[in-house]
Design a protein around this ligand. Structure first.
Ligand code: CP
Length: 326
């Protein structure tokens, strides 16, 4: 438990960790307290430091088995969970929908129970149905980590976004964060809203009224349908991918029109403050929600987000995986 000890003050590492983290699952940011979110970020700090050492591996999850179960496609999340597990010395198995017996009609619950019968300790699940991770977490002893469920939540993406903002700006409270695009269908937006509002950021959601309905104001955010009014005061802009796979046509104005009204073009990027961070969870639709040069420009921290995802996912696996069998 030396990693956690580095985040402690008066209490011993184990006692402090037990007080600040007692969940076997990570399902969303909605249910996490400010202290729990901060504890994950502090634990990620320690793991980021481990990543700078010559030997980047720690024995924290030695003997544990992690199943990466991705029923939807993924590059960043799946790869970084796998690498995070390797760095923590866990054994890792990857399963995709096409290569599993889900294809033959086996239920998700039966698949997961069979994986548990093979002594899987941690199940990282990406699924197209909102609530699938919660469903399994209620039925399994194994730790369940939500790697994105439908349009519901993507907690580790939001945690790595929070981590990146905190790292680059030194704080989150008081910053103005604009989340721009397809909010209605975005699990990234939901998790970011819960995390940012809890940590004291001022959040504005920007997009067409079909994709940014007024109901979101109940979550403690502001809404705007005019991007040019929001960009000059933003400290962070987080551009969301237009999710063609989740949308019905009537919600979406068409790619060209979307770019004209809501895309972060080169011209629009000039409205940003020089120190405004440009973020995107990926994958990027270059030339649609963000201009290609802007995505690769000096204000972009998009690849830093990916790098930070490794430390954040190590922290999540370490904390939840440590609870699962205690
Ligand atoms: N941001 C994100 O979830 O990317 P992947 O779909 O590649 O995992």
């Amino acid at each position: 438990m030396r990693i956690v000890e580095s985040t402690t003050t008066s209490l011993s590492g184990n006692a402090q960790a037990a007080m600040r983290w007692n969940r076997k699952d990570l399902l969303g940011l909605r249910e996490l307290s400010v202290d729990e979110i901060n504890f994950i970020l502090e634990t990620a700090d320690a793991f980021k430091q481990v990543g700078t050492r010559e030997i980047k591996k720690v024995p924290a999850l030695r003997g544990k088995t992690l199943v990466n179960f991705f029923v939807e496609p993924s590059t960043r999340t799946r790869t970084s969970f796998e690498l995070a597990a390797f760095r923590l010395s866990a054994d890792v198995i990857n399963i995709s929908a096409t290569a599993s017996s889900l294809k033959k009609g086996e239920t998700l619950k039966d698949t997961a129970r069979n994986l548990e019968a093979l002594h899987a300790d941690i199940l990282v699940l990406r699924h197209s149905s909102a609530g699938a991770p919660q469903f399994l977490a209620n039925r399994l002893e194994a730790s369940v980590i939500n790697a994105g469920d439908g349009a519901h939540e993507h907690p580790t993406q939001a945690l790595l976004d929070l981590y990146t903002i905190r790292e680059k700006r030194g704080k989150i409270a008081g910053l103005h964060v604009a989340i721009i695009g397809d909010i209605l269908f975005s699990r990234v937006a939901r998790s970011n809203i819960f995390g940012l509002v809890k940590l004291g950021a001022c959040v504005t959601l920007v997009g067409p009224s079909t994709l940014v309905p007024r109901e979101f104001e109940k979550l403690g955010v502001q809404i705007s349908h005019k991007i040019d009014n929001v960009l000059p005061s933003a400290d962070v802009v987080n551009l969301l991918r237009v999710q063609h796979e989740r949308q019905r046509k009537e919600y979406f104005p068409g790619t060209g029109e979307y770019t004209r009204f809501f895309g972060l073009t080169k011209e629009r990027a000039k409205l940003l403050k020089p120190d405004c961070l440009i973020m995107h969870p990926g994958p990027i639709n270059r030339g649609v929600e963000i201009d290609s040069e802007v995505a690769d420009g000096l204000q972009s921290v998009i690849l830093d987000q990916v790098t930070n995802g490794l430390a954040v996912r190590m922290a999540v696996l370490y904390l939840c995986g440590g609870i699962a069998n205690t």
